[in-house]
Design a protein. Structure first.
Length: 606
């Protein structure tokens, strides 16, 4: 009986630490998250005492990949972070069932944070089983992630690509990591034959064998690039690759081939816009006077710098190839004009066709002469806002004074309407109104957020939180609890999980509201030898009734709960009693109380 009860509670254990906030170590931060490729490195199989080792390995890998071609040309395009998460046990699970399993590697199951395991059929295929744990850790700690890398704490060789790049701390660890990132980040295929299931069109894999039509035909004049079959017979003979025994995607002692470098480079340039900032603002016309106005592009230069800048005024090249340009009113061909700056990365790492079209970034300014009549206009920062939010309305082009229907006199006003509202701006000269303009702001209602739970609960049961009213949810609560699920579950509840849980509910319009629910957890003491000494319940398994006996004096109480923590039966008695059970078959938990003595156990109903 005791062993069964302990096993039941063990099954109910759920490590909700996945939902915690963890410290985020910044390894390298070259710029804003929204303007960089954000790499997050996680570790599995590192215990609390081994986290310094994880941090060191994470930094080593960041240094390694930033020195690896083609990443070394774009090192300033990346941010690197590490999130240390302690595992209960050190190492990695090894089922030992694969035909190619390493004979010197112990077969064992490890309780690790992300559940990393060697493969059951292909041994070196190391994957993480708890993908939802990774997603929650990222969502709550570094949601703006572009590439996730998982370091697995074992010296035995292994790794995998896919949603995450996973690799072990084998002596070739860093090179394995770059190979796996080739899959995860650049969508590259292996250039060794991994099996029919892996035959697919990719940047470095194709079923096309004609040299004039193969997708890497622009590289065929390059040394060691050709059209090579994956094998001599079967499906392998029907697939082709650009290199043979000379690429990292086939052998770890080789660099990326030219085709894989191109694919990786294009992926980098697909994410990062090299134009970081623009001066002046392009949202409204720039008025040019006799003095020079400087137009400037803040550029993120590769190493070496391969960015090419071109300026055009009304479509005609100006001749300046730099990131700055000075113009005055005398440079305008008319009272109004359009200034365009284009930036193109002419990198030698790619020969992709139509590259100029794909990789050209354009910035455009509307220009006007200070001698021309100005147009009175309004600019609204947000014309649709959530209730309780602010919006700014700015007037421009008035040569006199601006007054507003709110009674204010200024170029800009900040408003916080509680319902849809229209604001009027009047442009006056010498006290005489010349023109009026209206700006309408729509106010969106906040979602009706609700939060409930199915309690009260007993210790060891599952807390069920439920929210409604929106499309996105963010929970916070005791014990650093956090979750992005609408209806999260906290297994194996303890008294420490009791308290107020708050959820932020966001609707389809992006408007948010919060709701709270209080969770109550009733303490239950699991027992050792005291269980049989204090109370006996028979029959167990039972059918429609149980008989309860105790040797303890005084009043006793027996409560029966289902596995959701709901009380289904209760009886106060002295010495012994019988309880009829009008509940469905299944597994239940009982709690016996006599004064300060409390014990619990399992009850099975047929």
């Amino acid at each position: 009986m005791i062993r069964t009860v302990c096993f039941l509670f063990a099954l109910l254990i759920f490590d909700h630490s996945y939902a915690q906030k963890f410290p985020v170590d910044t390894i390298y931060k070259t710029g804003p998250l929204e303007k960089r490729i954000n790499v997050v490195i996680l570790g599995d199989g590192f215990t609390e005492s081994q986290l310094p080792e994880f941090r060191a390995e994470a930094r080593n890998f960041a240094d390694f990949i930033l020195a690896y071609e083609p990443y070394n040309h774009y090192k300033h395009y990346f941010n690197f972070f590490a999130i240390p998460t302690p595992s209960k046990e050190s190492g990695v699970t090894n089922p030992g069932t694969a035909p190619d399993a390493y004979p010197d590697q112990p077969v064992e199951t490890k309780d690790t944070f992300y559940g990393a395991s060697f493969g059951g059929t292909i041994h070196r295929l190391v994957t993480v089983e708890k993908s939802s744990v990774i997603e929650n850790v990222l969502a709550l700690n570094m949601p703006q992630v572009d590439l996730t890398v998982v370091l697995v704490n074992t010296p035995f060789y292994g790794g995998s690509g896919g949603s995450y790049a996973v690799y072990t701390l084998h002596p070739l660890a860093n090179t394995i990591g770059v190979h796996e990132i080739g899959h995860t980040f650049s969508s590259l295929s292996d250039e060794y034959w991994a099996g029919t299931a892996y035959g697919q069109e990719a940047q470095n894999m194709t079923a096309e064998s004609r040299r004039e039509a193969v997708k890497w035909k622009n590289w065929l004049n390059e040394t060691r690039i050709g059209v090579f079959s994956y094998g001599e017979e079967g499906d392998a003979a029907r697939w082709f690759k650009p290199s043979s025994s000379s690429c990292l995607m086939e052998f770890l002692d080789q660099p990326f081939c030219a085709v894989c470098r191109e694919g990786t480079t294009e992926r980098i340039l697909q994410i990062v816009n090299p134009v970081e900032k623009v001066l002046p603002d392009t949202s409204e016309a720039v008025i040019l006077s006799e003095s020079d106005q400087t137009f400037e592009l803040g550029l993120l230069d590769p190493e070496p710098n391969t960015l090419k800048v071109e300026w055009k005024l009304n479509g005609k090249p100006i001749g300046n190839k730099h990131s700055k340009l000075n113009l005055s009113v005398k440079d305008l061909p008319a009272d109004n004009a359009v200034l365009t700056a284009t930036v193109f990365d002419s990198t030698f790492l790619s020969r992709q066709e139509e590259a100029r079209t794909i990789r050209t970034h354009a910035v455009q300014w509307q220009l006007a002469s200070s001698n021309a009549a100005q147009v009175f206009r309004l600019k609204v920062s947000e014309n649709r806002i959530c209730l309780g939010s602010y919006s700014m309305i700015t007037a421009a082009g008035c040569m006199g004074t601006v007054s507003w229907s709110t009674g204010e006199s200024a170029e800009s006003i900040t408003v916080k309407p509680v319902h849809d509202a229209t604001y009027t701006a009047t442009c006056s000269m010498d006290g005489q109104p010349l023109q009026t303009l209206d700006a309408t702001i729509t106010v969106l209602p906040l979602p009706t957020a609700t939060a409930v739970n199915g309690g009260p609960y007993y210790e060891g049961s599952a807390i069920q939180l439920e929210a409604d009213g929106g499309t996105a949810f963010l929970w916070n609560g005791p014990e650093q609890f956090g979750s992005l699920f609408q209806n999260p579950v906290i297994e194996n509840a303890t008294a420490r999980n009791a308290g107020i849980y708050e959820v932020k509910v966001t609707d389809a319009n992006g408007c948010s509201a919060t709701a709270q629910t209080e969770v109550k957890v009733d303490p239950i003491l699991a027992t050792g030898q005291d269980l049989q000494a204090w109370v006996r319940i028979s029959p167990n398994p039972a059918k429609d009734f149980i008989r309860v006996k105790t040797a303890l004096h005084g009043e006793s109480q027996l409560d029966i709960y289902d596995l959701n923590g709901r009380k289904v039966a209760s009886r106060s008695f002295h010495s012994e009693t019988e309880i009829n059970l009008n509940v469905s078959a299944g597994l239940y938990i009982y709690k016996f109380t006599n004064g300060p003595k409390e014990v619990s156990g399992k009850l099975l109903l047929h």
